[in-house]
Design a protein around this ligand. Sequence first.
Ligand code: IVH
Length: 678
Amino acid sequence: MTAPTLNLIAELKKLRKEIEHHSRLYYRHDAPEIPDQEYDCLFDRLLGIEKQWPELISVDSPSQRVGSEPLSGFTQIKHEIPMLSLDKVNSEEELQRFESRLQKRLNADSAINYSCEPKVDGVAVSLLYENGLLVRAATRGDGSKGEDITHNVKTISDIPLRLEGHGIPGRLEVRGEIFISKSGFKRMNALAKSNSEKTFVNPRNAAAGTLRQLDSRITAKRPLTMFCYSYGVVEQGELPDTLTKVFDCFNDWGLPVNPEREANTGVEACYAYCQQLLASRDSLDYEIDGVVIKVNQFGLQDTLGMNARTPRWAVAYKFPAEEVATVLNDVEFQVGRTGTITPVARLEPVFVGGVTVSNATLHNMDEVARLGVKIGDAVIIRRAGDVIPKVVSVIQSRRPKKARSIKIPAKCPVCDSDIEHEEDEVLMRCTGGLVCSAQRTQSIIHFASRQAMDIDGLGNKLIEQLVEKELLNSVADIYTLELESLTGLERMGSKSAENLLIAIQNSKNITLNRFLLSLGIREVGEATAQALAAHFGNLEKVMSSTEEALVDIPDIGQVVALHIRAFFDESHNIEVINKLQKAGVKPSEIAPIEKETLPLHGQIYVVTGTLDAMSRGEAKERLQKLGAKVAGSVSAKTTCVVAGPGAGSKLTKAEALGIQVIDEVGFLSLLERHNKPG
Ligand code: IVH
């Protein structure tokens, strides 16, 4: 074996220091600076080096520490049965290999039955019930010793202090994950912010920090919940022979179990479950980082046994990380449809949330200042679901000496026109209007997009080419495109050109709301376009509406009304609309709605407490749009009260008067029921 080089020894020293720094931030302060994935990478590198050169392992290497350091103030608890961790897999092939290993050990080739559950990203805990009473709760700690957090766990309303039902063993240790929901996390951070208190980085750290509170009155105010996923000690009684049946018992006894759990036979079915869960990851109200797949039969689990720290009968299928670290190579300024200039981060390409990302939005200069980001910085990128990737923070400890500040451009980076600053300089706007080719291109892209005119085949790249070749100067020019000029373009065969012309032709019959949306009037999105179409019924009436008439529409405020009026007062815009109409674009007329036919006509609603999905103002508007009146106080005339968390006297009064009360879930399903098309 080769001797370690001096470079390697230096790297090892740096690596240990870095790991110590980050593990202090993570465990002591519940405020990590880097994503877990990055921490795991550093640790893997350390273990890799130490494995190859064991002589380099020092007594103070982070690899010699087991789990988190004990915190003063908490009693240590030794787990009677160690709390294990899990082996990880990242692909279908690895999952298949896992099953093959099991089949080999079990000497059987038939498919195995598994319990599949979301791998919830929270804090692993153990709850001890004696004669049905919760007597002790502890964190997992290093797996063999944890901290006594009974005082805190007793404040969690989802966790029963007493189990109810039949067949409960006299001594039962239940294990599971305590976590904070995404919506609960948002609420709790909003509250902390308004009280000028420290906010948490993510729900998992908030849960960990909360469980380590010495003062359980603080814990009691935090939205902690739990899902139970296994057990430890079982005495004076027995549990059933499969995990699925144990979950049913837990459920009967009042212990919270994950409703997404599912038994599957064979790893193919488990893999399908993983894919399904990954697709709905965003819509779950709690963070998950994968799926735990466990052999369902305890008999088989016993036969399979354990490796050093992990059971052979279970595996964690890991989802792609949603937050990763990378480097900010540059910042460019992009000009949007209405001239807004946005800083865009050019990144060292990185795999995040399942795709490779090389750009992320920085929103505006205020955000740049808030992040304190410089070019050359190591940054954390987040991409969850289909949301546009964004820069969430800077890893200050990794700032290179050559990092440079981000400079605001003096002129429009595309057309060199002057820049106008709005709202205390936060927003920058190019004053070039349609002189600016970026604005022209973006307005045509918007016009042709799926939600607007939906012209199939007229994609961004093609529009850019057409604008550059001056075949498109405004959206009206789309309807003058001809086969000859199209076929001469890059990567455009005669078949696609023909199809494109058909799509353009078809787009002429369009609903009024889509047409209004496609015009790209500032602040007019789908909802406003819909409101305008429903209110006025035809294009001429929208075009000639006064500011006062516009403000009277529930969805439209002063600023939006002003933008709409300004748009139709611009002769250039009228010219384009005339051209479109001459070309045969015909927005369909809609019969204006009669108030009496609205589904909630004649009903009175009261909205109280906080809602996660929208503000109370928005909830009010949505109800009004459905024809309801929204009142500020509860009376005998009230039809229904929408009560979010934190609802106080209004809720009490509604209950006293026997008035219907719905929570946010009920409210959202009410909106959905009435918003169905047709
Ligand atoms: S089972 C031997 N089930 O994942 C089985 N763990 O690396 C041990 N976790 O520390 C755990 N959701 O905090 C299991 N449904 C689930 C889980 C789960 C989250 C966590 C747990 C544990 C880690 C294992």
